[in-house]
Design a protein around this ligand. Sequence first.
Ligand code: MIC
Length: 658
Amino acid sequence: MPKNLATKILEAHLVDGELIPGTEIALQIDHTLLQDATGTMAMLEFMAMGIDRVKVALATQYIDHNLLQTDSRNADDHIFLMTAGERYGVHVSKPGNGVSHQVHLERFGVPGKTLLGADSHSTSAAGMAMLAIGAGGLDVALAMAGHPFHLPCPQIWGVKLTGELPPWVSAKDVILEMLRRHTVKGGVGKIIEYYGPGVATLSATDRAIIGNMGAELGATTSLFPSDHRTREFLEAQGRGASWQALQADPDCSYDLYEEIDLATVEPLIACPSSPDKVVRVADIAGLKVDQVLVGSSANSAFRDLMTVCRILDGRRVARHLSFHVNPGSRQVLENIADQGGIMMLLLAGAQIHQSGCLGCIGMGQAPGTGQVSLRTFPRNFPGRSGTKGDLVYLCSPETAAASGLSGVLTDPRELGKIMAWPGVQNPQHYVVDDSSIIFPLPPDEALRVEVVTGPNIVPFPDFPELPEDLSVEVLLKTGDNISTDAIMPAGNKVLPFRSNIPAISQFVFEQLDPGFADRAKATAAGAVIGGDNYGQGSSREHAALAPRYLGIRVKIAKSFARIHKANLVNFGILPLVFKDPADYDLLQQGDRLRIPHLRTMIVRGATVIPLEVNDRTILTLLDVSDRQRRELLAGGTLNYVKSAGQWEDDPQGCRKSG
Ligand code: MIC
């Protein structure tokens, strides 16, 4: 039977379960990706497993998020990650070498492999035809230890691309078009597989942008074929030997279908403060712009930045605004320098920053009060930039550059009146520089490396197991689409505490309810109520771990985002879904909820969990696998696996026993 590409890669990596959408499957993982914001905790979790060396074909650690060194804490974490990487056989990309997604594409990506990354935008590796999935740090640590990755089997959504993008329109507009059509929930439970004649018009890095922001659709991941464009990129990186052709069989089928004629895509923009509030740039053109940021996680590859350089060449950015460029990698920076782009940016008045995530995660570059900030980043959740009430818009590099010149939001097609479309081509041979990658040591040498843990590394807290009878107070009721940024903010004030759970927990729900952490600490056990798509956005397990530290034992929502739900289970928080969504209206902050015989129900495999509240009973659903039930009973995955006593032996069987 003809197969789509996602099915082929899934089948080649399936170690448990059947490819039936919605049922749990386990996949063998080839590459793992950690970044420093999630990676310090994930590395501590990996070390707790007592294993001598990673058991995965390729493990990587990128230091790209916490780059500001305002005191010793981030620097301590960097030293920890570098020494731990050397000790355990991980490739470490040093600070300033670039954003994980861009560097992985350039130096490590291999078509057809699986990648599990502790970053929701790991899906960028779609550009290299990898099945790349974002997950919580603990899941990635388990994969590094050789365990398979468990997930609900996704549906495969075939998106046929036809035609070719017009000048001044680029890959960012394609993914914004998907968000315009399908919202931040549209991809939940799905792998988006792009196919059709339009695919060949997009380079590997264009495809990476579309894969990157598939995370904003809530998709499990996205996928492109491996074709001559993939080969061209790998050969330009001096890695042609890693290429193999991979595509869907002719006449294969998909669970769902969609078509985009690239020729009809227009310049689009996501308005504050959600990536799916998408409108045509032309519809809101003229809006005064104060800050422009190009680069970081999405749109930071050579084509994007060189296009900006060429647009700015010989011109100056509007005098009232600041124009920032965050290259995706040192390699990108070196290559635009090689083609004269740096001078074009400098003479135009742009500020050039080091390669890394920077303002994308609120690590600097916060806009001023009331200022309009135009960014090529993937996310604009409220306050994520670091500024309360921020006005962040997401757009293509072309729109960013055009608006940077005029000082107001400008449809980049207007530039066609004053200049020719730059039509930037990627280099046939990139300047390649791996000097900022620390390659693994031979095993016997690695054993002698001392892992340096500075004072910012605080041991992982102990969590008790689930009680038989649970009584919790509702400590907060939230609405729909609550992002992990709202639950566990990032930014330069909070990020340095990612390896210090007691300290970071003080910031939980800080924006929504500044008193939350203190109230939770003063309460024995708490619950949080959510609407639809609760926990969308990042993979940060701290959005589960820190609330758990504060005593949250249950979250009840209309629906959960995939990664956050898995993280809740990993840290022993019960993810319950209202059987009747209307019951959401019955619960209020301050209510006391009782769940008698909880353990017994979970052991018996109950899928309906009744809650007693205010003399009535509300029915909720517990949709988790048998493995997750055991983890919940133990109080979390670490407890469960430790009690099963099997970190070292038979990792593949570990999750099935006990
Ligand atoms: C993000 O874009 O939100 C991040 C920063 O990349 C996160 C990871 C994190 O929280 O550190 C993600 O998307 O997973």
